[in-house]
Design a protein around this ligand. Structure first.
Ligand code: AMP
Ligand code: ZN
Ligand code: FE
Ligand code: FE
Length: 298
């Protein structure tokens, strides 16, 4: 949104949402979350969330049910997605907020990831099988049900079979970075992903920038590339986060000298009950930052 001089009008846009408690990042059974979209929205409502985006990994399949429940219980639910993407060789997550779930481009981007995930799942299962864990593919698929299949389903299967004590151990031993089940995937590049989100009418937000284990200079390069490619927001706070790290990231964002500043988003990254560090509505933006929802109002 720009005026004739190219100045941003973002901060002047009327926001029609109640933004008292915003959570723009969470997962349902449509991907690797434990709650159905309906149960998730009800939980968010009961925790006082006033604006929610459902952002399942590489799918919008839960959005319609989530929005229907939102309408019934009186909670604004925005369509969203968390896209897997590559920045160079590195994997990053890009949130698409407020997009049209019926967009053909979105469906294409989703189908591409589904096929990459299927290939990866077979590779993960093969490797686990070599370690003596037979039946991982069917086991993980059964746990995923209709949802997008991800590494957490393999983790749950390993737990269910008693091979590991919990999901964290499954990642630490078998599925996490550098382990046998860490199969590299050539996800679509970040710039292409941002373009897909735009075509689908959404706003692109870089998810959890502090979780990529980047040096400060690499993180700055990522943020600049993200903005250059048309990304509009950064998840300044994701789940429970050290306030000092949040302040550092906010300062880094301010220092970027972009024509159009990156706006700030916040989300819990909720996956299931019983994880208080990423409970719905738990994460909050600090005072004095420009929130991304200025772009989401209608
Ligand atoms: P995928 O998109 O299939 O590669 O799975 C990524 C998801 O796995 C993340 O969104 C987390 O929910 C989960 N995950 C990643 N690393 C860990 C870990 N160390 N422990 C538990 N869950 C993890
Ligand atoms: Zn997840
Ligand atoms: Fe993520
Ligand atoms: Fe997430």
């Amino acid at each position: 949104m720009f005026n004739a001089d190219g100045d941003s009008l973002v901060t002047e846009m009327p926001v029609s949402f109640n933004t008292d408690l915003v959570d723009l990042h969470c997962h349902s059974t449509a991907s690797d979350g434990i709650l159905s979209p309906e149960a998730l929205v009800s939980r968010a409502k009961s925790r006082g969330v006033t604006l929610l985006a459902l952002t399942d990994h590489d799918t919008v399949a839960g959005v319609a049910d989530a929005r229907r429940t939102g309408a019934a219980v009186g909670l604004e639910v925005l369509p969203g997605i968390e896209f897997s993407a590559c920045w160079g060789q590195r994997q990053v997550h890009i949130l698409g907020l407020g997009l049209d779930p019926g967009s053909a481009e979105l469906q294409r981007a989703v189908a591409l990831r589904a096929s990459l995930r299927e290939t990866r799942a077979r590779a993960i299962a093969e490797r686990l099988e070599k370690r003596g864990f037979a039946g991982a593919l069917n086991g993980a698929k059964t746990l995923a049900g209709d949802g997008v299949l991800g590494r957490p389903h393999f983790a749950r299967w390993l737990v269910e079979r008693g091979y590991v004590a919990d999901a964290a151990q499954a990642f630490k031993r078998y599925l996490g970075a550098g382990k046998i089940g860490d199969v590299a995937v050539e996800w679509p590049q970040m710039a292409e992903t941002i373009a897909s989100i735009h075509v689908a009418g959404g706003v692109a937000v870089l998810a959890h920038p502090l979780k990529y284990s980047l040096t400060r200079s690499r993180l700055k390069a990522l943020l600049l590339d993200f903005a250059q490619a048309g990304g509009r927001g950064v998840e300044l706070v994701c789940g429970l986060q050290n306030p000092m790290q949040t302040r550092d990231l906010a300062r880094l964002l301010e220092s970027l000298e972009l024509d159009s500043p990156l706006l700030c988003s916040v989300g819990s990254d909720f996956h299931q009950p019983g994880q208080p560090w990423r409970e719905l509505g738990r994460a909050r933006l600090p005072e004095g930052v420009e929130p991304v929802w200025a772009l989401l109002g209608n």
